[in-house]
Design a protein around this ligand. Structure first.
Ligand code: SF4
Ligand code: SF4
Length: 212
């Protein structure tokens, strides 16, 4: 979340706009809660409400400053303009991870699948757009240099919101480069630690599997 909200804060009413609708709500609400509270229809792309699924992308206008974020992780602010964004439409990169029989041809295959990855212009747009604070630009540089395990580690907290894909002027699709790196790392090495922990929690019945 962007800041700590106290009980005194929650008594305050703030006015903002969500998808062009003027809304007055209590200060402690997240943007998703505010949209629901105001009965705003056609708010789509809302998922886990915990900043994990990356679905609730929003554009945030504060005067002339425009940023992006996750609506379930951002509190309402007076005067802020919020627009829920549709799913990104970055170019898809097709590959079958099972086609990778060994690690020797990964570098050539990577640059066939992601020919744009070596064209990073270091504009920092992906870094500025990432709500998880990931060093996206560094991850792309690592992948382009063939350091897929290091790149995969860089993207380990990525929630695939694809805000970096939208921000990238070279259409590199950083989110998908990161996903590729995590996949090939898992394919040839140990699975990512957060996945191991989650599967172990399910195995020990501490977490219900979601089959949907
Ligand atoms: S790396 Fe890209 S897709 Fe992943 S969380 Fe950051 S902005 Fe979202
Ligand atoms: S937005 Fe694209 S071009 Fe800009 S730094 Fe990130 S990966 Fe490179």
């Amino acid at each position: 979340m962007s800041s700590t909200i106290t009980d005194a804060d929650r008594q305050q009413v703030v006015t903002l706009t969500i998808n062009g609708v003027t809304v007055s709500v209590n200060k402690g609400m997240t943007l998703v809660e505010a949209a629901w509270h105001a009965g705003i229809s056609r708010v789509t792309s809302v998922g886990c409400l915990e900043g994990v699924c990356g679905s609730c992308r929003v554009m945030l206008g504060r005067g002339k400053e425009v940023t992006v974020g996750l609506a379930c992780q951002t509190f309402v602010e007076a005067g802020i303009e919020v627009v829920f964004l549709p799913a990104a439409s970055a170019p898809r990169h097709h590959y079958e991870i099972d086609d990778f029989q060994d690690g020797w041809d990964i570098h050539a295959r990577f640059h066939e699948i992601f020919p744009e990855a070596s064209r990073c212009r270091h504009c920092h747009g992906c870094v500025r757009s990432c709500p998880k604070g990931i060093a996206v630009e560094d991850g792309i540089a690592l992948a382009a240099a063939g350091r897929y395990r290091d790149a995969g580690e860089t993207f380990i907290e990525c929630v695939m919101c694809e805000l970096c894909d939208v921000a990238c002027p070279e259409l590199i699709a950083p989110a998908h480069v990161g996903l590729f790196c995590r996949r090939v790392t898992a394919h040839f090495h140990l699975r990512p630690p957060n996945l191991i922990f989650r599967l172990e929690a399910i195995r020990q019945s501490r977490m219900e599997p979601d089959h949907e």
